[in-house]
Write a protein that binds this ligand. Sequence first.
Ligand SMILES: [Zn+2]
Ligand SMILES: [Zn+2]
Length: 250
Amino acid sequence: MGLGQLVFFILLLTLHLFRHFGGHKWINSFMISLGQKKNIDLRIDSPYPSITQLNYEQEWKLKSQWIDLAIMGLCFLLYNKSSTLIYIEIQKYGIPYLLLSFFILLFLQDTYFYFTHRMLHIPFLYKKIHQVHHKSKAPSTNAAFSHHPAEKFIELLFYPLIILIIPLHPGALITFLTYSTITNFIGHSGFEIRKIPSIGKHHNKYMATTVFHEMHHRYPNKNFGLYLTFWDRLLSSTDKKYEGRLSNNL
Ligand SMILES: [Zn+2]
Ligand SMILES: [Zn+2]
């Protein structure tokens, strides 16, 4: 294993630990103090989770974490067999492609997530698999990675597939994974950082918000997107009350 691979591996492992042991409590405190600093109440109109809910989520996070490790192992195995399109030399495709590949990943994963997520809402699969995630009614960062192992497998399968299909630099991958982790935490936190004007001014209607995903937990047959509202808007699966809540900052 070369130095680059070792660094990549350590970063992935750190991210994994952050995902599975990053607690609701400290993200909650961070959001509250950030709001106080900015003199803005970042909380959305939703209840706080009970201790029972938080413990339930932590339990499922731990029960399904071995899937993350197995998928990570599969990606390394594919890479070592030279089956992937992962490249190390940035000059091979240039810096514009390196930046573009982040957005390609974002759109492709959102697309993959939207359709697999809708599939998981088929009553049989919902009852057997996806309802583990939906048991979290009140927003909680613990819920971000609290899933049935089968759901985790379906969602993470995106990674071994994508490294076979498009050229990706490890730097783009790790940046995207970090972005995905933070977005997932914030999306489940019950706090809306878009309320901070310097962040809110960059918001556009195709970017998913905390309210967007909170509504999915409340009304499970709407708002299926992960990072974007693109597919929900195109396929009319956005909750009708969403725009109202967004404009009222709730
Ligand atoms: Zn969720
Ligand atoms: Zn769902």
